[in-house]
Design a protein around this ligand. Structure first.
Ligand SMILES: Nc1ccn([C@@H]2O[C@H](COP(=O)(O)OP(=O)(O)OP(=O)(O)O)[C@@H](O)[C@H]2O)c(=O)n1
Length: 413
């Protein structure tokens, strides 16, 4: 259903806008400036979703904002952004106030302020990425602005670039990733012209900082319906730029099964890279390109280790334990989760490894115990003895007691 502007205004009037934020708008308003709430927060109020930060767009210049408020941070004065810190205790807010982005400020004293505000606001909104991100709400005058039929797109569930899509994606390559991420998170589809323009802007996407691409990709993968972002990633050509080229069938299989996996972006990313497991260098290139944390990198590499391959087919607890002992306990739960959705091995895997040692360090006995008992001497042979003990214990995890391990070494177990 497409909300009307007055329904949108009613929702925004009732929105839990923090008191300190409203005060910021009031102070700007009282000083003769226009101040409106913009961006994802307005969109999310209309969708009944929670949103963290509120952004303000204003006719005030950064210098004017800095004079009006006691505490400000020059976040990006060159781009017109000042962070205002306002309110006390739990009511304190950090609000980003950005001067209307337009062709430049008009010194047009003849026209009434109202007309100038509307023109400058429209220009600001015209530079935003998508119609559903180009709403403005003036909380003081209670005016809702939607110049690009964002409400229509909200009702239809469409991500559509504002104005000329090619221009929007040329301005900022990250918008291509934002488009597919929003499709996944909001469960929307891409407008056709917008999708076509992404295909023409992939070189601009290549220039975007990898950290920002990482953030968008992980938000997409953690969504309830990542399919709705992955399909347009494939169709627009983003996929091979951010991930790695895949055979169509493998790509479709990965997309098809991904929603059965936990909403953990690392496990889901590993699934997308799984068909490439034979080529570790390719997987490393993709993951390193995303500037992962050390932990994310290690988990993706463990989960795409080709040694895990047979997990997809086996029900043999010993084989499962042997495979996972190669990876170590740290990744066993991840591996069980990765194989759960698609290959339905989760229960088997969990049962197979319950109580089982998956590393020498998890044996009920240590090297120095063996020395004390006169069963081994320090040196390379010791490692082999412990590895053999682990292997013997993997056959039956109940063997992992000190007495049974010692008895086995003495030839009695
Ligand atoms: N590449 C970008 C990033 C942001 N914006 C505009 O700036 C607003 C605020 O951006 P940001 O806080 O990054 O995102 P939100 O859309 O507010 O929310 P989120 O990304 O969390 O969904 C967006 O709504 C959009 O109007 C844009 O036009 N182009």
């Amino acid at each position: 259903m497409i909300p009307t502007p007055s329904q949108a205004a009613a929702l925004l009037r009732a929105a839990p806008i923090p008191a300190a934020l409203r005060e910021i708008a009031q102070i700007l308003h009282d000083a003769g400036h226009e101040a409106v709430l913009v961006g994802g927060a307005v969109r999310d109020v209309l969708l009944g979703r929670l949103h963290g930060d509120w952004d303000l767009a204003s006719s005030a210049t950064p210098e004017e904002v800095q004079t009006l408020f006691k505490k400000t941070i020059p976040t990006g004065v060159a781009h017109g952004t000042v962070t205002v810190v306002h309110g006390r205790g739990p009511n304190k807010v950090h609000a980003e106030v950005t001067t209307f982005r337009g062709e430049g400020r008009y010194e047009d004293g003849r026209r009434p302020a109202e007309v100038r505000f509307l023109r400058d606001l429209r220009e600001d909104l015209a530079r935003r990425d998508f119609t559903i991100n180009a709403f403005a709400w003036n909380p003081i005058r209670e005016i809702f602005t939607d110049c690009f039929d964002g409400l229509g797109d909200l009702g239809r569930g469409v991500i559509r670039a504002v104005g000329d899509p090619a221009q929007r994606f040329q301005e900022d390559g990250l918008r291509a990733m934002r488009a597919v991420r929003l499709c996944a998170v909001l469960e929307y589809r891409l407008d056709l012209d917008t999708a076509a323009a992404i295909g023409g802007a992939l070189d601009v996407l290549d220039k975007v900082s990898r950290e920002r691409v990482h953030v968008e990709l992980f938000k997409l993968l953690a969504a309830a319906r990542p399919i709705l972002g992955l399909l347009p990633m494939a169709e627009t050509g983003i996929w091979p730029r951010v991930l790695a080229p895949l055979e169509r069938e493998e790509q479709l299989a990965a997309i098809e099964h991904i929603e059965r996996l936990p909403r953990d972006p690392v496990i889901r990313l590993a699934r997308l890279l799984w068909p490439l497991r034979a080529d570790k260098a390719v997987i490393e290139k993709v993951i390193d390109n995303l500037r992962p944390s050390r932990d994310e990198r290690a988990r993706v590499l463990a989960l795409t280790n080709p040694a895990l391959g047979p997990l997809a087919h086996t029900h043999d607890p010993l084989q499962i334990r042997r495979i996972l002992a190669k990876l170590g306990r740290k990744y066993a739960a991840d591996a069980a989760a990765l194989h759960a959705g698609e290959w339905a091995q989760a229960v088997t895997i969990e049962e197979a490894i319950r109580g089982a040692p998956l590393a020498i360090g998890e044996l009920a006995i240590r090297g120095d115990d063996l020395v004390r008992e006169g069963l081994a001497t320090p040196g390379p042979q010791m490692g082999k003895t412990l590895a053999d003990l682990l292997d013997w214990t993997l056959e039956d995890p109940r063997r992992n007691t000190r007495d049974r391990l010692l008895a086995h070494l003495r030839g009695a177990g």
